[in-house]
Design a protein around this ligand. Structure first.
Ligand code: FAD
Ligand code: FES
Length: 254
């Protein structure tokens, strides 16, 4: 399933401010945490995690730049080109007590994982209008955190995670979201001796391990990740600090 194929958008749902989910039929079999490259001819090609597995798959896309803005203009019946699934997904052990932390559009990546493990979930965003999948996972009573306090806990996802970790015992944290949030959770996991798996984002050109645009501490996020394990995160000192820009030059992560 690594060749380009055309899929037709069947349904579109507005999830949050600037975030839409696009559902399409495709017979690939992605694992939670894997991603695809989406190509919109004449516009851009970009990586996107699978947010719904099963027969009617989904991408949940935040409008950022050229490619994702064009994607947001699509309507049911329109077509996109995809290749994948790519990368290493989450390693799931349903017996372990899990805390899943999704920040902003990072929740998109975690959707299929949460459906499988059904652990404790934190859905976080800067403000109420940017929360994703609160309805989808309402049956799990997720904790909500917003930076501005417009819904749920007022503060960062990392602050709420720290509180929960202190009150309850977890075997593992799974996370995806802004890199500063991920860095905070990795530090927390080492401090409290909890296992952790995180999904990382880097600029991707090829998605298949050739161009090196996605490198972090010698790992290529597209093939060695995007999900990384605790032993790999231990010495990842570029996390939350450095990434490659479009020219290949190293730049500061914000
Ligand atoms: C493995 C992986 C999975 C992803 N899954 C999702 C997802 O499920 N939902 C979602 O909304 N987004 C996801 N992203 C991010 C998404 O790929 C980018 O938002 C998209 O590439 C932006 O493309 P664009 O053409 O709209 O923006 P561009 O016009 O190419 O860029 C706009 C701005 O965004 C920055 N940018 C672009 N791509 C990235 C990136 N990968 N990391 C950090 N900054 C970037 C650029 O430097 C620029 O400043 C994922 C990224 C990766 C690597
Ligand atoms: S995107 Fe080209 S090596 Fe990862």
């Amino acid at each position: 399933m690594k060749m380009y194929r055309v899929v037709e958008i069947e349904r579109i749902r507005q999830e949050a401010r600037n975030v839409k989910t696009f559902r399409f039929a495709d017979d690939s079999s992605p694992l939670p945490g894997q991603f695809y490259m989406i190509w919109i001819p004449g516009v851009d090609e970009f990586p996107m995690s699978i947010s719904y597995t099963g027969a009617l798959k989904g991408f949940t896309v935040k409008k950022i730049g050229r490619g994702t803005s064009r994607m947001h203009d699509l309507e049911p019946g329109d077509k996109i080109w995809i290749r994948g699934p790519y990368g290493r997904g989450f390693h799931i052990d349903k017996r372990r007590k899990s805390l899943v932390v999704g920040g902003g559009s990072g929740m998109a990546t975690l959707g299929p994982l949460i459906e499988e493990i059904k652990g404790d979930v934190i859905i976080a965003a800067r403000t109420k209008e940017e929360l994703i999948f609160t309805e989808r996972f309402s049956h799990l009573n997720p904790w909500i955190a917003t930076d501005d306090g417009s819904a749920g806990f007022k503060g960062y996802a990392t602050d709420l995670a720290r509180k929960l970790v202190e009150e309850r015992e977890y075997d593992i944290i799974y996370a995806c979201g802004p890199e500063q949030m991920i860095k905070g959770l990795v530090d927390l996991a080492f401090e409290r001796d909890i296992d952790i798996q995180v999904s990382l984002e880097r600029l991707m050109k090829c998605g298949i391990g050739i161009c090196d645009s996605c490198s972090i501490n010698g790992y290529r996020v597209c093939v060695d990740g995007p999900v990384f394990f605790k032993e790999e995160l231990k010495n990842m000192d570029e996390l939350g600090k450095v990434r490659r820009g479009w020219s290949g030059k190293r730049e500061v992560v914000r």
